[in-house]
Design a protein around this ligand. Structure first.
Ligand SMILES: [Zn+2]
Length: 682
């Protein structure tokens, strides 16, 4: 009975070895000559044991050893033996050589010496030894078996080199103490590890069911990481433990990133607004007091003519805040009214106000009563002090873009697509073309970030303006000198407007000119808007797409068509009130309040994380990634975060060659960070 089971093991072993190894041999052109490479120590018998193993199959090895032996002999005949020697073992090699030529004359064996120019391996720089070993292994194209003939560090280098350049596997023969002699074969323990086994382990790991639940696509270089590093990336999560948020944010800031959904007009930040206001006032020599008195008059508040600009601005701020609704409710109209009274342009009136207000006053005007969930309309109101109410001069536009890009560069954003509607910035005498040229020239000065622009049309604004923006996008996308700087078109604005398909006729010239399209849809509006954006308007990306979660079939379609979703966690949370698992882990949560990002990822949809309006949401891309994790039950693993970042680069509106070039750089950077163990803990 025992005999049968031993035979069975024997057969299984043989089968396994021969099948897996033959596959490799066939790939290498049916090689039958085996080459053994091993370090040579002071005991030449260790090498002779290997040669016996291949050339004297009838010796009385134990059954397990015989199984391995049969499998290896089925692969081919041992023809070459490479011994790595040092000056100390050079004489051992000569003895070995003469013994082999006597004993194995008929076996046609070729013995090669790889002489390391070292007195002994223990006294040399390891680097040089490794380099020499790697070079030797690289030179053998087929049939290589790595064997352990002593000198452990050399054997390790050999195995590493074998894994890198290819080998059949690793063979070792060990004997119990006192039985190291050649004639003690019965007691030898033979161990054989085919290379396929090692590679399969990695393959098995990558195919684990838990990984299948995620998109099995990440930065290419991550797949060659050691298994423990991969494991760490998959197991360590961010966005769960508040005490770690600072460290996690630092890790996110260091990673290279792409921001695909970022509005120029959303770059409203109190300090910046004050600086721009002051610059506009100084440049045009505006009489701020006149503008402020006109504002008081438009607001119908008493105006104390003895007050200076700061005093007047404070009265205006107080009046705006005391009105009950959001302080900036109807602010654009207010600027228009004051403009008529003062004979200044509305943006000039605004600049006068901003130059006279302190940062904290501007802050109060923007965010008063805007904590927690707010309507989209209110969200937009926060930005009323900036955007088209301010960006009407070269300086204002330059200052805004410079501020935005400097912030992005500070957190290692490597690629950004900035959205704007240039026609909205032409009230100070600039043409739409001027605006685009100013933006492109300003962006060019920032060499560490690749900047592209998306021209944005608005659904609820006059159609004439939409047409003008479509034409502008086409002319800039085609203009040789600005090639690629305008990379796409976005249709934004009120989602409640019925019939997205109506816009098809306006967007048609974009299709004729092959301009890439992204559309704001399903942010607060219905799922049907996403369908129309895809089917009627040919969107390749969807801005926000929060309502997609309500339709599984549409989710399938979006996934299969490779349509990317541009999610903006803080903005989404502000307008839709998603549950924050990091801050309210125990609070019961309505399923409709679960942020859909993770569900989209698990479904295989190309999710990207973006900022939307950096100023209005008071955020950065790194903070958005952390926020995405906080809005996800259990957080996001580092692997998932890298996936989100990769999706951003992948969904960029860039020509393939440029995208590849960028990918190469970024992939290398991410790999470097992960390999060097630059994780959150460091
Ligand atoms: Zn947006």
């Amino acid at each position: 009975m025992r005999k049968i089971s031993v035979r069975l093991v024997f057969l299984l072993l043989f089968y396994e070895i021969s099948i897996s190894s033959i596959t490799i041999l066939e790939k290498r052109g049916g090689c039958v000559e085996l080459a053994l490479m091993t370090p040579l120590g002071r005991n030449k018998d260790l090498i002779l044991q290997f040669i016996d193993f291949f050339c004297r199959p009838n010796l009385p090895y134990n059954d397990e050893a015989k199984g391995i032996q049969a499998g290896l002999l089925a692969l081919g005949r041992l023809r070459h033996v490479y011994c790595i020697t040092t000056q100390e073992t050079a004489s051992v090699f000569q003895e070995l050589k003469s013994q082999i030529s006597e004993e194995f004359q008929s076996d046609n064996l070729q013995l090669h010496e790889i002489a390391l120019p070292l007195s002994d391996i223990n006294v040399v720089a390891e680097e040089e030894t490794r380099r020499l070993v790697f070079e030797q292994v690289k030179g053998i194209n087929q049939g290589l078996i790595i064997a352990s003939g002593g000198r452990k560090n050399l054997t390790h280098a050999l195995i590493e080199a074998g894994l890198l350049y290819g080998c059949l596997g690793y063979l070792s023969i060990t004997a119990p103490h006192g039985k190291e002699r050649r004639d003690c074969v019965t007691d030898f323990q033979v161990y054989w590890l085919p290379i396929e086994r090692i590679l399969e382990q990695k393959q098995e790991y990558l195919d684990l069911p838990s990984l299948k639940d995620e998109i099995v696509e990440n930065f290419r270089s991550l797949y060659i990481l050691p298994l423990n590093s991969l494991n760490r990336l998959k197991q360590e999560t961010i966005g769960r433990d508040r005490s770690r948020f600072e460290a996690e944010l630092m890790w996110l800031q260091a990673l290279p990133k792409a921001d695909l959904h970022c509005h120029l007009g959303g770059e409203v930040q109190p300090k910046l607004l004050h600086a721009i206001g002051t610059a506009v006032v100084n440049e045009a020599h505006l009489h701020a007091k006149t503008a402020l008195i006109a504002l008081c008059s438009a607001l119908k508040i008493g105006c104390n003519g003895h007050l200076n600009e700061i005093g007047l601005a404070k009265s205006i701020k107080d009046a705006l805040i005391s009105r009950g609704s959001h302080p900036l409710d109807g602010f654009s109209q207010l600027l228009k009214d004051a403009s008529e009274i003062s004979k200044m342009k509305p943006y000039e009136v605004n600049a006068c106000l901003l130059s006279a207000l302190f940062e904290e006053d501007i802050s109060e005007l923007m965010w008063q009563g805007c904590q927690g969930v707010i309507s989209l309309q209110r969200y937009m109101q926060i930005g009323e002090l900036g955007g088209s109410n301010l960006l009407q001069t070269r300086t204002a536009i330059q200052m805004t873009l410079n501020h935005l890009l400097n912030e992005a560069i500070r957190e290692n954003v490597r690629y950004i697509e900035i959205r704007c509607s240039p026609k909205n910035y032409t009230r100070g005498g600039l043409s739409s073309k001027d605006v685009m040229q100013i933006l492109i020239e300003t962006a060019k000065a920032h060499e560490s970030i690749l900047v592209n622009f998306i021209i944005m049309g608005t659904r609820h604004k006059p159609q004439k303006r939409l047409r003008a923006h479509v034409n502008l996008a086409i002319s800039f996308a085609k203009e040789e000198s600005y090639y690629n700087k305008v990379c796409g078109f976005d249709l934004a604005g009120d989602e409640n407007i019925k019939g997205f398909f109506e816009f098809r006729k306006y967007l048609k010239p974009l299709y004729d000119n092959f301009v890439q399209i992204t559309i704001h849809a399903g942010e607060v509006g219905e799922t049907v808007n996403i369908r129309d954006a895809i089917y009627e308007l040919n969107a390749r990306r969807i801005g926000h797409g929060l309502k997609l979660i309500e339709n599984k079939e549409m989710m399938n379609y979006v996934r299969d068509a490779g349509i990317a979703i541009e999610m903006c966690p803080t903005s989404n949370m502000q307008t839709n009130g998603y549950h924050n698992f990091a801050y309210d882990p125990h609070k019961p949560c309505d399923i409709k309040k679960i942020y859909p990002l993770k569900s989209y990822m698990m479904h295989g949809i190309a999710v990207t994380v973006n900022t939307d309006n950096r100023g209005i949401s008071r955020t950065t891309l790194s903070e958005e990634l952390l926020r995405a994790a906080q809005l996800t039950e259990g957080g996001l693993s580092q692997w998932e975060v890298l996936q989100l970042i990769k999706n951003g680069f992948k969904a960029a509106f860039l020509p393939l060659n440029e995208k590849n070039r960028l990918f190469k750089q970024v992939d290398k950077e991410v790999f470097g960070m992960v390999v060097k163990g630059k994780g959150i803990r460091d």
